[in-house]
Design a protein around this ligand. Sequence first.
Ligand SMILES: O=C(O)CCC(=O)C(=O)O
Ligand SMILES: [Fe+2]
Length: 243
Amino acid sequence: MNAEAIPHDSVTDQLTGHDWSALAGELNGYGYAVLKELLPPDICRAIASLYTEERHFRSRVHMVRHGFGIGEYRYFRYPFPAFLEDMRSVLYAYLAPIANEWNERMGIERRYPEDHGEFLKKCHTAGQKRPTPLLLKYGAGDYNCLHQDVYGDLVFPLQAAILLSQPGVDYEGGEFVLTEQRPRMQSRVEVVSLRQGDAVVFAVQNRPVHGTRGDYRINMRHGVSRVRSGQRYMLGLIFHDAT
Ligand SMILES: O=C(O)CCC(=O)C(=O)O
Ligand SMILES: [Fe+2]
């Protein structure tokens, strides 16, 4: 299946059917939530197979060269294939109200328009013009160090990643992990078990937490534990563009 044959509205129905108040509750409680079976296996495989198609990407990063871990990823170029354009803007529209509530609680002034195109205009005006969605590829021994996907001053506080490979069949190991660093406490970790086609939505950098003296911010990072065998592909959706 080539990129144009991937249904452009492949996630729209799935997203409409999700329980968004439950998802918001999990995001508020833990800083992440899983959307189960967002994509069927054939679409997952089709997206993973785009990795070798030069024309879709603007750059390729070998993680070891930057100390980011081991493995590689490629950033998509504009214009995106229809499925990606659609997936990112539809998901954004659901997440923008949650992002606005988070910023309010964290004392951050920025509010996000409902329409992703409007938000991208702001990114572009601020000099953040390069697209950030990416395909990641890990082989045996590869891993992704804990990090935050901040690409400029303009940050949308939530991002998503979709597991394209089948754990236990295509690869072993390679767990998605999140850490949170709380003021004056030791770091806490969550291992997010995903199945093929599941999406994890998570905090880019900070999340608000209720405290006895009001809300405060905690710092979050994400990464991937070592892939022990096989190959693991992931699609990353970041909603702000990069400088
Ligand atoms: O491969 C993963 O699970 C993590 C991908 C990632 O870091 C991202 O999408 O920002
Ligand atoms: Fe990341």
